[in-house]
Design a binder for this molecule. Structure first.
Ligand code: BES
Ligand code: MN
Ligand code: ZN
Length: 499
């Protein structure tokens, strides 16, 4: 997708659609709307009035172009009355403007002149135009895809040095936005990708390819290396699979780093439940169970491309959870990489096992904070619904900082408690721990189990079982893989200060 910037008047731009943002209540005074309405012979405001468009969020009104207007259609999008017109608001507007089929060329008016608005638009057009088309053929392939975007400034032509400086700022912001959109797109592609394609080996190859292209280091432990290191919990989950596991370690290490953040991702490329097998219905979408690993890889690549001044690591434990003659069983006991022994109760609670080994390894990197992402529990969706991630932290300052970053990024997270009274449920008769607790509070006991393996590190855990993969589009998120988590992670790094 090619994005260009212009100070030309919106009416002069050639495009399939000219998208114009309108604040609630501002229809009558907006100079851009007034200028366009004049060119359109009054049809724009007339249509808005007829359709009771006042600029509320989710309102839109479209009219056909006319002589003297370059675009085939002009569409007003309501922005509501946001307290700021920043990156998230611009992003959401651009997603709406670029979502429709049949647009190859979009002209879009910036909601403000701030760099953040330009970054948001570049993010939004990338996210809104997203389709997963890899396996479509013939008629099923979209005939038109969004290829050209022109962002029109609000101010028109400005003369002098100030203009050059503003333009350079806008250009850099658009480039950052493209990098962010790429990261979300990769995450979506990997999560939407079928599990006969996306496995530990192919995902590792993708991570290596992108790492080498963008100046990150990437190492991967194969099965023999994992056996040598005694990551027996990851190996146990892998036992039923015909495909080897991998532990990927990506690293972005800039010269002047403000601190060190280690992301950890759950990478179950298919979760059948193992011997404690899932029903067909529960199993249907379980290709999405590597969303945490996918977003971790994409975030690392974006951190490097954005040259963020923080040392960032990405550690992903990747395997299938399958049945078979070698599969691990309820009753088995394995020693974790951290040292504690674990009794297996339910082979469908596999995510916390592979994460236990990955977290213990992450703690060895001496991080300021570990942040793990995992499609961990159905219980978290029972608690919060499908659109919100549960967030846990053993450190309040970091926990609040992450909640704030997610809020600014426009991603919905809700702080959950590490309730100590539920810890008793993890006591085993034969081992140091068992990995599941009582029936109720399943998202919390999963988090309490993970906490046992972070050694003395500060740690944040995001249970993204709901928002990583949706049954229907919601807000700016499409149906299927959403790429949830990337925006918050990048915002956390952008605002990062050691606590
Ligand atoms: N991958 C699932 C959790 C999940 C459920 C993710 C729905 C996305 C959508 C996880 O491995 C799992 O199976 N969890 C079990 C835990 C239980 C056996 C303690 C669950 O939530 O039922
Ligand atoms: Mn499972
Ligand atoms: Zn799982």
């Amino acid at each position: 997708m090619k994005i260009t910037l212009t100070d030309d008047a919106p009416h002069s731009l050639t495009a399939d659609v000219l998208a114009v943002p309108v604040l609630e209540g501002a229809l009558d005074d907006d100079p851009i709307v007034r200028a366009l309405d004049a060119k359109l012979g009054g049809t724009l405001v007339a249509a808005a009035k007829a359709e009771e468009f006042v600029g509320k969020v989710d309102q839109a009104v479209a009219v056909n172009g006319a002589k003297g207007v370059g675009a085939r259609r002009v569409v007003l999008y309501g922005l509501g009355r946001p307290s700021t017109l920043g990156r998230s608001e611009a992003r959401a507007f651009a997603v709406r403007a670029s979502r429709g089929n049949g647009i190859t060329k979009l002209a879009i008016v910036a909601p403000s002149s701030d760099d953040d608005a330009y970054q948001g638009i570049a993010e939004g057009v990338g996210l809104g135009a997203y389709r997963y088309t890899r396996y479509l053929t013939g008629d099923r392939l979209p005939k038109k895809t969004l290829g050209e975007v022109t962002i029109a400034s609000r101010t028109g032509k400005v003369a002098g040095k100030g203009a050059a400086k503003a333009n350079a700022g806008h250009k850099a912001a658009v480039e950052r936005g493209t990098v962010v959109a790429d990261a979300v797109t990769w995450t979506r592609d990997w999560v939407n990708g079928p599990p006969n394609d996306v496995n530990a080996l192919t995902l590792t190859a993708e991570a290596k390819r992108l790492a080498h292209a963008h100046g990150l280091t990437c190492t991967a432990l194969d099965k023999a290396a994992l056996a040598k290191k005694r990551m027996d919990l990851l190996l146990a989950v892998n036992k039923g699979s015909a495909i080897e596991p991998r532990l990927i370690h990506l690293k972005h290490a800039p010269k002047k780093a403000r601190g060190r953040v280690v992301f950890v991702g759950k990478g179950i490329t298919f979760d059948s439940g193992g011997l404690c097998i899932k029903s067909a219905k529960q199993m249907a979408d379980m290709k999405c169970d590597m969303a945490g690993a996918a977003l971790t890889i994409a975030t690392l690549v974006a951190a490097a491309r954005l040259d963020l001044p923080v040392e960032v690591h990405g550690i992903c434990a990747i395997t299938e959870n399958m049945t078979g003659p070698e599969a691990y069983r309820p009753g088995d006991v394995y020693k974790s990489y951290e040292g504690k022994s674990v009794e297996i109760i339910n082979t469908d609670a596999e995510g916390r096992l592979i994460l236990a080994d990955a977290l213990a390894y992450a703690a060895e990197q001496k991080p300021d904070v570990i942040v793990d992402h995992a499609t961990l529990t159905g219980a978290c969706m029972v608690a919060l619904g499908p659109y919100t991630a549960g967030i846990y932290a053993n450190d309040d300052a970091f926990g609040s900082a992450y909640v704030q970053a997610a809020g600014r990024a426009g991603e919905s997270v809700w702080r959950m408690p590490l309730l100590e009274e539920l810890r008793d449920g993890l006591k085993s008769d034969v081992a140091d721990l068992k990995h599941t607790g009582e029936q109720y509070g399943g998202s919390i006991t999963a988090a309490l189990f993970l906490r046992e393996f972070v050694r003395d590190a500060k740690w944040i855990h995001l249970d993204i079982a709901g928002p990583a993969f949706l049954e229907r589009a919601q807000g700016i998120a499409p149906k299927g893989a959403t790429g949830f988590g990337v925006l918050a992670a990048l915002r956390f790094l952008e605002d990062y200060d050691r606590r």
